[in-house]
Design a protein around this ligand. Structure first.
Ligand code: NAP
Length: 259
């Protein structure tokens, strides 16, 4: 299917690895030029070069922390006018509700709620003026079904979800869509880190921890970043203009709910 976004300009945050990279590659495959970001310059440049080689699109890289005000300013300056914004950043660490203090919440809110909101605020007005835009926020299945040890994530991402629910309906009339993609477990470094936490806590091997988690997923496996990227690219396509303010679970059936 032609996604109709050849030559569009996409800013994909936190995209040297994992789900962000899956989105960047799928958008590039559809012909979009990219601005890619991550803190580590080496992995970022390597992923960007692979995309240039594989898909022949223009890729600009900005190595910075997207959750800092300075990082956002740097990114916005390099990005200029963009048609597509994919918001992403690392997730908060797991822990116990009794341990989290105000600073822990502020950090999580900054990374997973206020950063995407700042970028939406900076870039969506231009999209509205030009009459076309796509925003996809990478959130988590924890928005639909809380993961107790990820309370910081549950909280910050629920805040972003509320913001998107209202804002998406205020901008839709100008051709701009904002939606959230909710990953369940995908095979990325983040999933490895979560599995390691379980393995260490329960004194089991990584394979056992992974098998235990797979048993909770009806599809019986982890998702891939390629599958995730394809869903993101579709939401950013010309065909997805009537999808507004939705929360789309990509979780292999992990969340046991009718709706
Ligand atoms: P990942 O494999 O660890 O990749 C994270 C990517 O983001 C890397 O490119 C990393 O590069 C970059 N990054 C992290 N913090 C950044 C920052 N502050 N500024 C700029 N770039 C940053 O993670 P992932 O699995 O793709 O997860 C992406 C998001 O989805 C996270 O918020 C995660 O919590 C959420 N999620 C993931 C899963 C899953 O199963 N994978 C499930 C639910 C939710 P640098 O480290 O070099 O900056």
């Amino acid at each position: 299917m032609d996604l109709g976004i050849k030559g569009k300009r996409a800013l994909v945050c936190a995209s040297s690895k994992g789900l962000g990279l899956g989105c960047a590659r799928a958008l590039a495959e559809a012909g979009a030029d990219l601005v890619m970001n991550a803190r580590g310059a080496e992995a970022l440049e390597a992923s960007a070069q692979a995309i240039r080689d594989d898909f022949g699109v223009n890729v600009t890289t900005v190595a910075c922390d997207v959750t800092s005000a300075e990082g956002q300013a740097e990114l916005l300056k390099a990005a200029g006018e963009v048609d597509i914004l994919v918001n992403n950043a690392g997730g908060p660490p797991p822990g116990m509700w009794t341990d989290w203090e105000r600073e822990d919440f502020i950090k999580a809110l900054d990374a997973n709620m206020l950063t995407p909101i700042a970028l939406i605020k900076a870039l969506v007005p231009g999209m509205m003026e030009r009459g076309w835009g796509r925003v996809v926020n990478i959130t988590s299945q924890s928005v639909k079904a809380p993961i107790a040890v990820l309370g910081l994530s549950n909280s910050a991402r629920a805040g972003l979800t509320g913001y998107v629910a209202g804002t998406s309906r205020q901008v839709a009339g100008k051709g701009v869509t904002i939606n959230n993609l909710l990953p369940g477990i995908h095979a990325t470094d983040r999933a490895e880190a979560l599995d390691k936490g379980v393995a260490d806590k329960e004194g089991v091997s990584m394979d056992e921890a992974k098998a235990k988690r797979c048993a909770t997923i009806p599809a019986g496996r982890y998702g891939t970043k390629e599958e995730f990227g394809a869903a993101c690219a579709f939401l950013c396509s010309q065909h997805a203009g009537f999808i507004i303010g939705q929360n789309i679970l990509l979780d292999g059936g992990g969340v046991n709910a009718t709706l």
